[in-house]
Design a protein around this ligand. Structure first.
Ligand code: SAH
Length: 279
């Protein structure tokens, strides 16, 4: 985990074409990247569903609230049916503190302790759709399941659980011991044999699990670490919130093709910062 990966020569030679530069930290920066589109992903407070006012008591209430949330997400855009199915299957209320369960099925991020948040469900759906290669023009269609996926930023483990439904293996790494332990407890009940939780600095990736079909970051950095690109399989894709040239955080998609890297900058997002080291 401590080894600093060397910058792959092939990627380096492609970097100028991508508008990417190399810095001391061996990262790919998005200096020349142009935002394809900027969508506001934060729902207005007025759009809050009534679930916040109606206490959710039993399993039936939670299931109905979850179904309502997934229907709402389905109406907002194109999603692979397997992603919506995964959102329907994973009980998000089990990943938040008891004081917040009534908000578990609102499309919003929520605090999970240590200054971190559980990701917003519609953004989880959007990012996993991107990993699967869903494009709005394709319409909603199922995709072949992903192979090995690396998630940076386990947090409470919610997205790892969702990923476990659409990928063969999920490696999820968290730098905060408190949250790594929390995710372990949260996920125990689900008995997801294909989820592997790791404590470590995800900026170095997890070389032992490489190569990955997909890498998804739940925290936003200044740049996409070279280690992630190195550990991505040819044909694989990275989806990561990253600081774009305008200083704002946006979803960045990097494809590792047989001919080199392709990078796109998509809509603005608001993720917690990607930090180095284990704490
Ligand atoms: N995936 C979570 C979201 C967690 S928030 C969900 O399902 O909702 C993002 C997490 O990334 C935080 O827990 C934060 O501690 C973690 N993080 C930030 N930088 C990291 C790094 N370098 N390596 C691993 N985890 C990191």
């Amino acid at each position: 985990m401590t080894r600093r990966p060397s910058f792959p020569a092939r990627i380096e030679s492609l970097a100028p074409a991508l508008g990417a530069t190399k810095n001391k930290a061996n990262n790919v920066h998005l200096t020349g990247a142009k935002a394809e589109k900027t969508l506001k992903t934060t729902p207005s407070e007025a759009a809050r569903p009534t679930s916040a006012l109606t206490p959710l008591r039993g399993p039936g209430d939670f299931q109905r609230a979850r179904a309502r949330l997934v229907d709402q997400i389905a109406q907002q855009g194109t999603h692979a049916p397997q992603v919506l199915q995964a959102l329907r299957a994973v009980e998000r209320h089990r990943f938040v503190d008891s004081a917040l369960v009534n908000q578990a099925y609102e499309d919003t991020s929520l605090p999970i302790g240590l200054g971190q948040t559980i990701s917003k469900p519609s953004v989880v759906a959007r990012m996993i759709d991107l990993l699967l290669g869903v494009a709005p023009e394709d319409g909603a269609m199922n995709r072949p399941p992903l192979g090995r996926v690396l998630e940076i930023g386990t947090g409470c483990g919610y997205q790892a659980a969702v990923l476990s439904h659409v990928a063969r293996e999920v490696y999820s790494i968290e730098r905060l011991r408190g949250l790594h332990e929390k995710a372990r407890v949260n996920l125990r009940a689900f008995r997801l044999a294909n989820v592997h939780l790791l404590l470590g600095d995800g900026m170095a990736g997890f070389p032992k699990g490489a190569p990955y079909a997909a890498i998804i970051a739940a925290a936003g950095g200044d740049a996409v670490p070279a280690a992630w690109i190195e550990q991505l399989a040819v044909g694989g894709r990275i989806v990561a919130p990253t600081l774009a040239h305008d200083g704002k955080q946006a979803l960045v998609v990097i494809d590792k093709t047989p001919h080199g890297l392709q990078q796109r900058v998509l809509e603005a997002v608001h993720f917690v910062p990607l930090k180095s080291g284990v704490a």
